[in-house]
Design a binder for this molecule. Structure first.
Ligand SMILES: [Cu+2]
Length: 384
């Protein structure tokens, strides 16, 4: 980096930083409206007779980057498409520094996506969009299962990813659609540590809004699933399922000792065992982020559920949206989930060479999975 570029970057970041710190975050008003949906269909296994498939519609928008508009899973070769997702997006990326300032809301600044090349897409990736800023990959995801009779089965996933160009930082937004029905949501933080605070600790809170449409938008219900084990009942444990926030819009928290999962089900659709199809929300986290600055109430809880209202898209307002207290059983529900990353800078992030900071923070990942429960009738991809 040249000296003049360093000064320009510092000046730009300072402006953005002040805006982010002094103002309540504002939903981005994208200069470019979202482009029409692009559709990808991927069958699995990719190199043999199809057993399962995903159909995914995606779009890009300034600020939010890469958005999933709808996604359907086909659980067997003769089965119909079953909808799993409506609109799914990274609905904010909140980055507060430990000293109190800056406090960035990185989606609200309408950043564009990074233009990518063949090197970024990797040996099996395809570049999508004009300009090329979205990558389509089919990845080997390691071992799916090891069976005593039939041996090892490796799994695959369709991955769509893009990278938000957030001043000194880059956010890799990655959606994975696995061959057994799981959807993975990931955000990776990388880039150049903030000018003048290169070694100050901070957080990257990936804040997601996901319209789960399990077999369509209607008849979806949300429960909390908890593992309960206490000294009052020594040597015993149980799993408790209860309605999320007593069945109305509101928050819940993630507890490490309860292995908290959410379960989103559609009671109108059953598998062959007469069990309601559902998806578990499985969080991948280092901890729970709580912040106490102005306009940061959305961080007081790890999960929120509301009903789907098209004008309610912005994560920092979720505590206001949820105040309506609408029923979230047999409804069109929206999951809001915080997946934080604590970044305490390391020498691996970079170094000073005279007055220039040189280096790049290796990617820190955060995210969660939507994992099928009773969507298939038996172990997927197992030929018994
Ligand atoms: Cu960081």
């Amino acid at each position: 980096m040249t000296w003049s570029r360093s000064i320009a970057l510092t000046f730009f970041i300072t402006l953005v930083g002040l805006a982010g710190f002094t103002a309540t975050p504002q939903q981005p008003a994208p200069k470019d409206p979202p482009k029409p949906a692009n559709e990808v269909i991927q069958t699995f296994p990719s190199n043999d007779v199809a057993q399962t498939a995903w159909k995914v519609r995606w779009a890009t928008a300034a600020g939010y980057g890469l958005i999933i508009q709808d996604a359907w899973f086909q659980r067997g070769p003769k089965e119909p498409w079953m909808q799993v997702l409506g609109d799914a997006r990274l609905a904010e990326m909140f980055v507060p520094y430990h000293s109190g300032s800056p406090r960035f809301w990185d989606v609200s600044y309408n950043f564009a996506l990074v233009t990518l090349n063949k090197e970024a897409a990797g040996p099996f990736g395809k570049l999508l969009n004009e300009p090329a800023n979205v990558v389509h990959e089919v990845r080997d995801r390691g071992v799916m299962w090891v069976d005593t009779a039939t041996g090892v089965r490796r799994g695959q996933k369709l991955v769509l990813w893009a990278c938000l160009d957030a001043a000194n930082y880059r956010y890799i937004i990655e959606y994975g659609f696995q061959d057994e029905g799981t959807v993975t949501f990931r955000v990776g933080s990388t880039g150049r540590n903030y000018s003048s605070r290169e070694f100050e600790g901070h957080m990257h809170n990936g804040l997601w809004r996901v319209d789960v449409n399990l077999d369509g938008p209607a008849n979806n219900s949300v429960n909390v699933m908890e593992h309960i084990e206490t000294p009052d009942d020594p040597g015993k444990a149980k799993t408790v399922m209860r309605p999320f926030n007593k069945g109305i819009e509101g928050p819940e928290d993630w507890h490490a000792d309860k292995f908290t999962m959410l379960n989103i089900s559609n009671d109108k659709k059953k598998n062959i065992r007469k069990m309601s199809i559902s998806y578990d929300v499985v969080s991948m986290r280092m901890g729970n982020a709580r912040h106490y600055g102005q306009g940061e109430q959305c961080t007081q809880h790890d999960f929120w559920v509301t009903v789907n209202r098209k004008d309610e898209m912005y994560y920092p307002k979720v505590h206001e949206y949820a105040k309506k207290g609408t029923k979230i059983t047999n409804a069109d529900v929206v999951l809001w989930h915080s997946t934080p990353c604590h970044h305490e800078p390391r020498s691996e992030d970079g170094e000073f060479r005279k007055d220039d900071f040189v280096g790049t923070t290796p990617v820190n990942w955060a995210g969660f999975d939507l994992r099928p429960r009773n969507v298939s009738d038996r172990t997927p991809h197992l030929a018994y």
